[in-house]
Ligand binder design. Structure first.
Ligand code: EPU
Length: 347
């Protein structure tokens, strides 16, 4: 198996933060996975394309970067069953599907990252989540050293969450994701920005619109390093919404199943006066306040300090606690954001 020591991760994270791992492994076959050292007692992190990861310290833990490639398509009378290697690029996969006449993922176009990372946080945008079409995740379990198949119903998919962030966290590596796309496709135009596409737009037209919406609002990580939405949209009770609406009648909100309400963290951050705010070479993006951007810093700590400031200001103004969607990786492995301490250089 390919591996490297004292490896720089600066080009392996979309924040372009400088971090060094003692060892990075690039498994691309099951035999490679079987040969991985026992990492039971070590800190390690499984890295996809690094578009939802913040390396907090100059030193990173051991990294495993799966390299499973390949796409296979099986046709049944009513569906296309598509199996995709974890290391395939998500957007390239979406484009390939649309080109091949396999429709469904067009609303999720241009989301950065790898296919293997997509089920971990159940990626979602423009009225659609991955869980809608994902039927199975194949997964190498460290303890048994075999590939297991986890069906959709066992994946515990919810908003930006799945079993892979919970009970199966660091217990194995996703190797392949399986999707089923009904041939009887219908455009999903539930998101406000898509509703003017007419009654029967093509999947390509929906994809083009999603791409242009994203390009308008979200900074391109290759030009201005960022990790997409930095915070998750908070879920609150109806009671909280009623109180907020008294002071902020225009507050955007999205009713969820079971009576809870999703608020727009970007709106809360903008109302807290932080859109465009900058410090230590990092800032809150000017067009989409949910995105933190790195103008010129090499230190993950500067982004942590900014995120803590944003969290605190939103808490002070609205009494709502927002938490990051981005994963915080320290030298000791992944840490919860609330437990991170800012060093004096970044304060
Ligand atoms: N808003 C503001 N100011 C801002 C940003 C947003 O007032 O700076 C308001 C908007 O006007 C709108 C509401 O907040 O009323 C929601 O904004 P938007 O539709 O842009 O979506 P979002 O909730 O900010 C979520 C996802 C995005 C996804 C979009 C579109 C999360 C954490 N983010 O953002 O996902 O692309 O919806 O569906 O759920 C990502 O995860 O990296 C990501 C970009």
């Amino acid at each position: 198996m390919e591996f490297s020591h004292q490896f720089s991760l600066q080009n392996y994270n979309s924040f372009n933060i400088k971090a060094i791992t003692p060892t990075i492994y690039f498994p691309k076959t099951v035999v490679d996975l079987e040969q991985l050292p026992d990492l039971h007692d070590s800190s390690f992190y499984i890295l996809g394309d690094g578009s939802n990861t913040l390396f907090v310290d100059h030193h990173a833990p051991i990294i495993i970067k799966p390299e499973f490639k390949g796409i296979s398509i099986l046709e049944t009378p009513d569906n296309y069953i598509v199996s995709v290697g974890a290391a395939e690029n998500w957007h390239d996969f979406v484009c390939l599907c649309i080109e091949q006449g396999i429709y469904g993922l067009e609303n999720l176009a241009l989301i950065p990252g790898s296919v293997g990372a997509a089920p971990v946080q159940n990626i979602g945008a423009y009225g659609l989540e991955l869980s809608h079409f994902c039927t199975q995740v194949k997964w190498f379990e460290f303890s048994s050293k075999v590939i297991k198949e986890i069906n959709k119903n066992s994946c515990q998919f919810s908003y930006r969450d799945s079993i892979f962030k919970q009970t199966l966290y660091n217990k194995g590596i996703i190797t392949e994701v399986v999707f089923s796309f009904p041939k009887s496709w219908q455009a999903n135009l539930s998101y406000a920005g898509l509703s003017d596409l007419g009654d029967t737009p093509s999947a390509k037209a929906v994809m083009d619109r999603v791409i242009s919406l994203r390009q308008m609002k979200l900074p391109d990580p290759r030009k201005l390093p960022n990790a997409g939405s930095f915070f998750k949209n908070p879920i609150v009770t109806e009671q909280t919404l009623i109180l907020l609406k008294k002071c902020y009648p225009e507050i955007p909100f999205y009713p969820q199943n079971h009576g809870s309400i999703k608020l727009a963290a970007g709106w809360l951050i903008e109302q807290a006066g932080l859109k465009g705010y900058c410090k230590n070479g990092v800032g809150v993006h000017e067009n989409q306040a949910l995105v933190l951007v790195n103008y010129s810093s090499e230190r993950g700590q500067n982004i942590v300090a900014l995120a803590k400031h944003v969290q605190q200001q939103v808490l002070t103004k609205f009494n709502i606690s927002i938490s990051p969607e981005v994963r915080m990786i320290t030298v000791n492995g992944e840490q919860s954001f609330n437990h991170l301490v800012i060093d004096s250089e970044s304060e």
